[in-house]
Design a protein around this ligand. Structure first.
Ligand SMILES: [Zn+2]
Length: 290
């Protein structure tokens, strides 16, 4: 073993080698090419998916959830939502599908969205958005109950919800309900309570004459994949293990943007981005729960 020692008086100047890292021009070019290729692929898949949705929207299938194997009959459908803007952000493909086939759509909004003190403004915005979605104002009911206020952490009583929904069913001869599933798309507690309110109504009363469908929540990747989710949604709808499922494409995607833009108090940059990127703008997957 060797030990090297040096007296401080004999310190030799050490010339540090200068390391110069320079990127080869070839590496830089290939990185740029890979990036361009990825962007081109995304654009290609996006356009192909939009084209697929466009084609599907023009095929009038005779097998869809409002017929249930029977001849056409006008359905009285109740869409149950939690806040003004849920209809445009999440359910627009379903509303467009129903109205374009002549079904009667009633919307029951269980709060006026007063979390920021804008309840009265948001009420008017919901009426305007529904007109854009071809649902007349008189078919929209907005509840403003002290126990059903908009907000995270506000627990809504399921029995109260069931009672309000049942009154609406009776007064409009409703034979089909559409609402959130138990996750509520965004996970908002008010959306989830709406689901459980509908379930409470179903299982506590004997309303065997009413069909109930829930909007299926997807994972975050699918949720923000825009029209690209059509391929997975269609595949998912075909799997027998998922029960009775219907994938509806948006026949009027532009109408969804116009409807959401009516919610001026909510129409901030991140919601604009949401509407563009959200798969719920382009399609809805509904699952029959009863
Ligand atoms: Zn909501």
């Amino acid at each position: 073993m060797y030990y090297l020692s040096q007296s401080p008086n004999h310190v030799q100047p050490v010339i540090q080698p200068t390391i110069c890292i320079s990127r080869s021009p070839n590496v830089s070019i290939s990185t740029s090419m890979a990036l361009i290729l990825v962007i081109a692929c995304i654009i290609f898949v996006w356009i192909t998916s939009l084209f697929k949705i466009f084609l599907l929207a023009r095929i009038r299938s005779t097998k869809h959830f409002t017929l249930n194997g029977k001849a056409f009959r006008k359905r009285n459908v109740l869409l149950v939502i939690a806040h003004p803007d849920d209809e445009s952000m999440f359910f627009a493909p379903t509303i467009n599908f129903l109205t374009s086939r002549g079904h009667n759509v009633q919307i029951l909004c269980l709060s006026n969205g007063d979390a920021d003190g804008k309840g009265n403004i948001r009420k008017q915005e919901l009426y305007q958005a529904c007109v854009s979605l071809k649902v007349p104002m008189q078919q929209v009911k907005i509840i403003n109950h002290p126990d059903l206020q908009d907000g995270f952490g506000k627990v809504w009583n399921h029995s109260l919800l069931a009672k309000i929904i049942e009154e609406e069913i009776t007064s409009h001869c409703i034979d089909m309900i559409i609402t959130f599933d138990k996750y509520g798309v965004s996970g908002h507690c008010n959306h989830r309570d709406v689901h459980y309110g509908v379930c409470k109504l179903l299982y506590d009363t004997s309303r065997g004459d009413i069909e109930v469908w829930e909007l299926v929540s997807t994972n975050i990747l699918r949720k923000y994949s825009g029209p690209n989710d059509i391929w997975l949604s269609m595949f998912w709808a075909m799997l027998p293990s998922n029960g009775t499922v219907q994938c509806l494409v948006n026949e009027h995607s532009r109408r969804s943007f116009i409807a959401m833009a009516q919610h001026k108090s909510q129409w901030v940059w991140f919601r604009k981005l949401f509407v563009i990127l959200s798969s719920y703008t382009y399609m809805n997957t509904l699952r029959k729960i009863k």
